[in-house]
Write a protein that binds this ligand. Structure first.
Ligand code: GKR
Ligand code: MG
Length: 433
């Protein structure tokens, strides 16, 4: 037992609240988004009533692990993150694989992230400093985000809450419309960039044959002549397909994200193409880094504090990237403002932000933080200046979205099952084209 200099606060309560957030029918290589995206909100409260919050992707299995973790951290000092992390690692052992889907399904990293961000929120409140100062200090006041476009099925999924609103204008109206071809994608991009001021574009692919998606990328390039564009088919292409399409696409792209599956394939493709390759699928943990370097599998690693084990771990990843000549960008999944606040603090502290960060935020319309939704200015967010994360829970909204969770019946994300409601024969294939 290591004695700290003076007794710190101790964690007296942990509240784990699963919520279901209205989500549009966005398409990807694994199928289509369900009407609700799941998130879990974690709140730690110290014995003297200081509350720290965090948000992670929702999953009944991860929530169970969080409950176990909660028992282990009761009574612990939130300043002692190293000890908390060691204890969790000892209890849970090593993590499982991330899975084959576009999103990460590991437990332990999500648990770490949930607990670490809530602890940092508490620590920030105790010392009266924003979280970015706990990551070494703010390097910029605004953090840029990218327009994250998706092919979108009109009428599928649910779009509860905003789908049928005839009075909607601007992005709220555009978000209701389907986008299944290059013209639809251009419209979606125009509306999103105009409403939020984004200055770079990412298109999610892997939903249609690659040569059709190539046409959409080309159309974006021709239309948005000043904007860097990136594209992500979530590893749905074979090496041969990626070589052929990549050679056509490379002239339009800032980077190509996860065209193929696995570090070996990425490394082979990287030698054949003249465009930086990025990943949130083949190099996703510290354990993957030695082989990433040995093979040379990517140029850009997409950090995501939810599955790299928290904000401090993401800073460590950025140090690794600096040493080994990798660039860092940021990955996202459907999320609300607690995650966005944490991402923005990280974006403020990183040594450099060479690429606008990914965010799904425009696709969601609800919020669980006081004061409502974050407002982008010219595509960027101001770093929250209050102590900790700088955002507080809006408890009635949390309660409402928790009721959504209890009623919607979804317990794990399953885009394949959702797609099968449209096409019963449809099957997720790890490599489709
Ligand atoms: O929201 O459908 C989605 C995305 O496909 C997401 O699940 C991915 O994890 O955005 C992600 C990515 O960059 O791969
Ligand atoms: Mg990706």
């Amino acid at each position: 037992m290591i004695a700290s200099q003076r007794p710190g606060p101790s964690i007296a309560q942990i509240h784990i609240t699963p919520i279901a957030v209205t989500d549009p029918p966005l398409l990807n290589a694994a199928g289509i988004h369900a009407p609700f995206a799941l998130r879990t909100i974690v709140e730690l409260v110290t014995e003297d009533g200081i509350s720290g919050i965090s948000e992670i992707p929702g999953s009944a299995l991860i929530d169970q692990a969080l409950k176990m973790a909660g028992d282990l951290i009761l009574g612990k000092d939130p300043f002692q993150m190293n000890l908390i992390r060691d204890e969790l690692r000892q209890h849970f052992g090593s993590d499982q694989r991330r899975g084959d889907a576009p999103w990460d399904q590991r437990k332990l990293v999500h648990v770490f992230s949930a607990i670490e961000v809530a602890c940092l929120d508490i620590v920030g409140k105790v010392v009266n400093r924003p979280v970015c100062d706990l990551l070494g200090g703010k390097r910029r006041d605004q953090v840029p985000y990218a327009a994250y476009l998706f092919y979108k099925q009109e009428g599928a999924g649910g779009e509860h809450g905003f789908g049928k609103d005839d009075s909607a204008r601007g992005w709220a109206e555009a978000r209701q419309v389907g986008a299944l071809d290059p013209a639809g994608v251009i419209k979606q991009a125009g509306s999103m960039c105009e409403s939020f001021g984004f200055k770079s574009i990412k298109l999610k692919g892997g939903a249609f044959p690659p040569w059709e998606e190539l046409e959409a990328v080309k159309a974006l390039f021709d239309h948005f002549t000043e904007m860097p564009i990136r594209f992500d088919p979530n590893a749905a292409w074979s090496l041969d397909t990626a070589t052929e399409i990549g050679k056509e696409m490379e002239k339009y792209l800032e980077y190509l994200e996860d065209p193929v599956r696995g570090q070996e394939n990425m490394a082979l493709l990287r030698k054949r193409l003249n465009v930086p390759l990025a990943t949130n699928m083949c190099t996703t943990s510290f354990a993957d880094l030695p082989s990433s370097i040995a093979l040379g599998s990517e140029d850009i690693i997409l950090s995501d504090h939810h599955f790299w084990g928290g904000l401090q771990a993401s800073m460590q990843l950025s140090a690794f990237c600096e040493v080994f000549g990798r660039k860092l960008s940021m990955h996202s999944n459907s999320h609300l403002g607690i995650s966005l606040a944490a991402m923005t603090h990280l974006g403020a502290a990183l040594p450099e932000v060479p690429f606008a960060l990914d965010t799904h935020y425009p696709w969601q319309s609800e919020e669980i933080i006081e004061g409502g939704r974050f407002q982008f200015e010219e595509g960027s967010l101001n770093v929250p200046s209050g102590p900790g994360l700088g955002v507080e829970l809006d408890r009635p909204s949390l309660e409402r979205l928790n009721q959504n969770y209890l009623q919607c019946g979804i317990k794990e994300r399953d885009d394949e099952a959702e797609m099968q409601k449209l096409d019963p024969q449809w099957k997720f294939e790890k490599t489709r084209w």
